[in-house]
Write a protein that binds this ligand. Structure first.
Ligand SMILES: Cc1cc2nc3c(=O)[nH]c(=O)nc-3n(C[C@H](O)[C@H](O)[C@H](O)COP(=O)(O)OP(=O)(O)OC[C@H]3O[C@@H](n4cnc5c(N)ncnc54)[C@H](O)[C@@H]3O)c2cc1C
Length: 315
């Protein structure tokens, strides 16, 4: 029998799996996609390094994350941005790759989706896979968004499933551009536009030369509403040169849960957590009891905390 199964190989799941592995708990990781990392993706275009989901400045305030990065051996990949935040020279993927290396020896079931969770008569958890395979475990870390967890919990704890069914998501299109200059690029978001956030890194290791600029913008556009030339329109709207030296577009139909903006969200999350059977931990940014978009180090901590609850449970 497996001791612990971690469902979901995004940042939270990886941080949980590493914490369990560090504490010598036999752990198996299940991830439906062919690659680990979930929504943390990094793309390099013409020497410019862009993050697809969370933006570079969302990593952590300096002082909060360095010890962990040193433990993972990636402190030399971190630098402090002009805004005073930590960022990775080669994109957020650095963190995923480092965690993946640390848990290289644990069993990984890739391209396999967990369909439902349940319980055998003797108290072990059953993990039913979409391909019909049935696994068992003493404890579980569920590190997947509410969108998928809703179905997964339906047999084990239907009330959790009903609560997760209420989740609604915002859609974000992240348009990233790179210029081989660091001068004269206006950054003030004009009023009444679909632009919600803009972040600029100049002369950092994420540009091919010292004078380069990487700009990442978040637009409230679904893929089907996107203009024909989103990069050109963004450049025109902001007053940037029309043809950037690199660009990248990523549309996220389910980015942030709209629940983050609701005043009763912390109570809902606390209620969902209270409904979890002993031996099951839930970890993902959908279950953060705050309204502010949190940072990467907090997602890692969520995974670590989930693993520690499981370690306490199984002794
Ligand atoms: C545009 C955008 C902006 C964001 N901004 C922020 C932000 O500011 N702050 C923040 O904290 N977070 C933000 N997020 C979310 C952020 O990406 C996550 O917080 C972070 O990557 C942690 O990942 P995770 O492990 O919680 O979830 P994910 O990255 O979603 O990973 C979940 C993993 O589980 C896998 N999976 C799903 N269902 C199953 C299944 N049934 N069986 C097996 N595997 C399964 C998925 O394939 C995925 O790899 C943003 C996301 C997007 C898309």
């Amino acid at each position: 029998m497996r001791d612990v199964v971690v469902v979901g190989g995004g940042l939270c799941g990886l941080a949980a799996a590493y914490e369990l592995h560090k504490n010598h708990i036999p752990t198996t990781l299940i991830e439906v996609k062919p690659e680990l990392g979930g929504s943390l993706q990094t793309k390099t275009v013409n020497g410019f390094i862009f993050d697809g989901a969370m933006m570079a400045h969302d990593i952590a305030e300096p002082g909060r994350f360095e010890a962990y990065l040193a433990e993972l051996g990636i402190m030399d990949h971190a630098f402090v941005t002009d805004e005073g935040r930590l960022a990775f020279d080669a994109g957020n993927r650095v963190l995923i790759d480092a965690l993946a290396r640390r848990i290289e020896s644990i069993p990984r079931m890739m391209r396999m989706a967990v369909s439902t969770l349940g319980r055998f008569d003797d108290g072990r958890f059953s993990i039913c896979m979409e391909n019909g395979m049935l696994l068992d475990a003493r404890a579980l870390v569920v590190a997947i968004p509410a969108l998928y967890a809703e179905r997964v919990f339906y047999t084990l704890t239907p009330e959790i499933s009903y609560r997760l069914l209420d989740y609604r998501y915002d859609t974000i299109t992240r348009v990233s551009v790179g210029y081989r200059t660091s001068d004269g690029l206006p950054l003030v978001i004009p009023p009444d536009t679909p632009l919600t956030e803009i972040q600029c890194l100049t002369g950092t290791p994420r540009t091919p030369s010292k004078n380069g600029t990487v700009i990442q913008a978040a637009l409230r556009f679904a893929a089907h509403d996107l203009p024909d030339d989103p990069v050109g329109e963004l450049a025109a709207l902001m007053g940037w040169p029309p043809n950037p030296d690199a660009d990248h577009i990523a549309t996220w139909p389910h980015s942030d849960p709209a629940q983050w903006r609701q005043s009763d969200h912390p109570r809902t999350v606390a209620h969902i957590q209270s409904l979890l059977p002993a031996g099951v931990a839930l970890a993902n940014s959908d279950y953060v009891p705050t309204s502010a978009p949190p940072h990467l180090d907090e997602r890692v901590q969520q995974g670590i905390d989930a693993a520690r609850r499981i370690i306490a449970h199984i002794g």
